[in-house]
Design a protein around this ligand. Sequence first.
Ligand code: AMP
Ligand code: GLY
Length: 426
Amino acid sequence: MKVLVIGQGGREHALCWKLSQSPRVTNVYCAPGNAGTGLDVQNVDIGATDIARLVSFARKEKIDLTVVGPEAPLVDGLVDAFLTAKLRIFGPTKAAAQLEGSKVFFKEVMRKGNIPTAEGRTFTSADDAIRFLQEREDSSHVVKADGLAQGKGVIVCSNKVEALDAIKRIMVTREFGAAGDRVVIEDRLQGQEVSVLAVVDGRTIIPLAPAQDHKAAWDNDQGPNTGGMGAYTPAPFATPELMEEVETKILIPTVHTLKRMGIDFRGILYAGIMLTPQGPKVLEFNVRLGDPETQPVLMRLKTDLFTLLSAAADGRLQDLPPLQWDPRPALCVVMAAEGYPGKYDKGHAIRGLDAAAQLPDVKVFHAGTTAKGDQVVTDGGRVLGVTAIGNDLDDAKRKAYEAVKCIRWQGAWCRKDISDKARSPR
Ligand code: AMP
Ligand code: GLY
């Protein structure tokens, strides 16, 4: 079987690595991929949102299954184009991808399905949003640009002044362009966050092992929001009882509500959840695998990923046996470029990848890298996802950071405390 993975980050490298382990898979292609996918599978020089060329590549190469990594092509209708061309693909349609593509739509689905989430209001004018905030007590809010903004359109505010400034950035200065035509203002919730990802085929929902991301740039959850600086799985406070609650109160009603709205959800349903004193509440839905959660989650998955994703694409998840997991925890440390999540340079030579690759129970997934002659050079903000599996979380952490120590480039940095939240729940 031939598989095409679309995207170029750490999540896609992990997908390629896992799919190529399947005895049923003969070829894995990654479009456009990075230096790491270029070593493990075959890169194809087509951008992730170049839908027409992706369709013709899949047709010409007789690809048996296409797997989409990032949200942008999903929101643009990549899956619809593949289905129209009668090509097998795993991912949600354009209509279903609105769950991630529009925060306003997300809030509407939560309301219709009576699904626990933060209180929120939608605004289409800056004046109305400002008036609303001025009339509220000085409490903390989260201001969210409606559309996709590479994870940067969510501004967590501690007071009214910050919230008013966020409205100005989104709706007046239009820092995120048309993504800021509408905003959602939510009450700010407090608690531990957990990422619950599930494979969905329209009817059957199979949750993956729960993970915890680290969204803030610096240790101790300080600093600006990022795409994610590290993740580990399983997250200990996502107990079997909590997972059951998430399934019955959040995942099932979301899929049903979408169905009532005429939308069949096939793909990954990723609930970003906060554990509040009133129970789990949804902060956001994504419609694709998380990055960096995918890296440690796939390291633990024993079930054949090709079999799982093709069953989901065909609407046959109910026929599968339960997923098999390595019981050992896994952990991913993101190594980033100097300046990320702000401005950063590219093109620094990365050294020590071979030494890191020698270490047992470690896999260095590439994210923002590219090949330049014989060298691997930096090509993005999040550069590598150094991932390890261990007998317990301490062991996985020690192994991952030992591999981090082997790797150098000018300006490389990472958080030093990935998984410490598991040991001292807030
Ligand atoms: P999102 O892009 O919606 O995932 O939001 C990014 C991050 O902002 C989340 O992972 C949370 O850390 C934070 N966040 C979003 N909504 C809220 C909320 N209502 N209360 C507190 N934090 C939030
Ligand atoms: N790790 C957060 C995300 O993938 O959106």
